[in-house]
Design a protein around this ligand. Sequence first.
Ligand SMILES: Nc1nc2c(c(=O)[nH]1)N[C@H]1C(S)=C(S)[C@@H](COP(=O)(O)O)O[C@H]1N2
Ligand SMILES: [Mo]
Length: 361
Amino acid sequence: MTDLARAGRNLIVRCPDPLNAETRPEALIASFLTPQADFYIRSHGPTPHLPDDHPIRIDGLVDRPASFTAAELKANFPVRTVAATMQCAGNRRAHLQHVAKTSGDPWDIGAIGNAEWTGVALADVLAASVVREGAFFVGMTGADEVDIDGDVTRYGASIPLAKARDRNVLIAWAMNGEPLTPEHGAPLRLVVPGYAGVRSPKWLTRIDVRDRPSDAPIQAKDYKLFPAQVAKDEADWDAGLTIEDMPVNAAICSPIDGARISAGHCTIHGYAIASGRPISRVEVSTNDGIDWQQADIVARPDTPWSWSQWSITVDISAGRHKLVVRAVDGAGQMQPERPEAVWNFAGYLSTAWHRLTLTAD
Ligand SMILES: Nc1nc2c(c(=O)[nH]1)N[C@H]1C(S)=C(S)[C@@H](COP(=O)(O)O)O[C@H]1N2
Ligand SMILES: [Mo]
């Protein structure tokens, strides 16, 4: 079976090669933890199939460079499990593409999933390697080769050292108690709770402690946020915002856009997420944002890193209706009303109120 046939079977494929496929809306709300087989896959190149004992090397600004396989990490460091949502910076990009064209795959609401990740704290591994004075970033390299605007290199990204020292950042080998599949980064990947998925490299091969961010094109010339007036070919990459923490977002997962239902009671379900902050409220409108009702949070995480799931039962009369959701985070920040306000050429951080059309008979 091909990677696509095996890994993509439950997913909506946005690009077969490299494999980019999103979670079905019903799977986003079926359980609090998204099963690995339903979890979105976002890969920039072909999936490497690495042996279980593929080692990672720790070097750069450390006194004791080292190399560990997954079994050696397990034997040498405390094992931790952290529940965290992984979300692509391009989740909901399709909604920005309705405003104007952007680069990138047209993700709808499913480039996101929530899992319990098991591994060891990156912080513990860094401490054992003894980080030197003058280190400010931790770079990571994957085993995959990626083509970024004609530049073919190993996948590379970095995070600030202060974030890397947060014990929730894991070098993980399992999700939801199962070993990672090749598509999700086996045998070892990083998981950086709260950050955009791009900073959680799969197929981890090297961790290098640095005085500056990774020079890899993914870090230096991609996944940066620019204002609407900047076009891709005139972007000053050093001036763009490096996307790390993700802003508050929410989506309606059921019913889906264009659904036909019977008039009467209708239960609406979805997710809301504000990476690192709780969701304080979710509001739903059935008349395009004129009146609002507060949804119930039906699954609330006990860590700040997972999504909340919500639902509300409303009365829908016969006819066409515009359903809208918006969420407020623990700092009182609300999603922007219109996608025009957050449009950018790469289609990142698409967080406008999620709107869809429903017809009731
Ligand atoms: N080595 C490597 N790591 C990677 C990627 C990749 O292409 N190669 N894609 C990143 C992006 S953009 C996202 S959103 C997440 C997706 O993780 P998943 O495919 O397990 O859902 O992996 C990140 N880690
Ligand atoms: Mo991503």
